[in-house]
Design a binder for this molecule. Sequence first.
Ligand code: HEC
Length: 166
Amino acid sequence: MEKTLPYAAVSIVLLYALYNAAFKVQTPEKNAAAPTYRAHVTEHKTEHAREELARLQSTEYLRQYIVSVIDHGSYQFDFPGGEMEGGFASPADAEKIACYVMTLSGKACGKPYKEDAAMFYSSNCAGCHGDDGKGLNGTYPDLTRKKLLGIESREAFLKQMLKKRP
Ligand code: HEC
């Protein structure tokens, strides 16, 4: 017990840092995983990159990614529509809207909200992303993609990193 405690503490700190790196505000950089994300992941050991890669595939990760974009904005790509500022919805509504966005591409959300999510989406998001989530012919990102662009670029980055340091 005495021996395992410090290891447990270190793991918790590392996981927390990785979590923060994944969901905190992103600094501008086009078509690549954000620099803060890359720096944090690179700093940690390969096993964490592998864990992160496995987590990226989950619907819970997708839900949290969408919530984080709604809360903090998105400054990652080069869409004709420009960038997306955070705060289009309150943090509580962001949770509901994220679930609704997932249903647009037929994915189930772990915490489904029935009633008002569609209304929140159409008043806060549809102006840019469209009622169907498809992004108005490429002006804004298509939220119904099999894999969202932000997740795809994180995945590509992690895979490249693991190739260099298997
Ligand atoms: C003013 C237009 C606008 C509004 C309103 C808006 N977005 Fe966005 N959204 C964008 C743009 C532009 C991007 C891409 C920005 C970038 O990173 O370059 C984006 C990116 C995203 C992404 C990341 C897509 C990906 O493939 O990684 C998600 C998720 C998202 N928006 C969800 C929402 C939701 C949910 C709402 C409503 C709460 C919303 N957006 C409201 C313009 C908007």
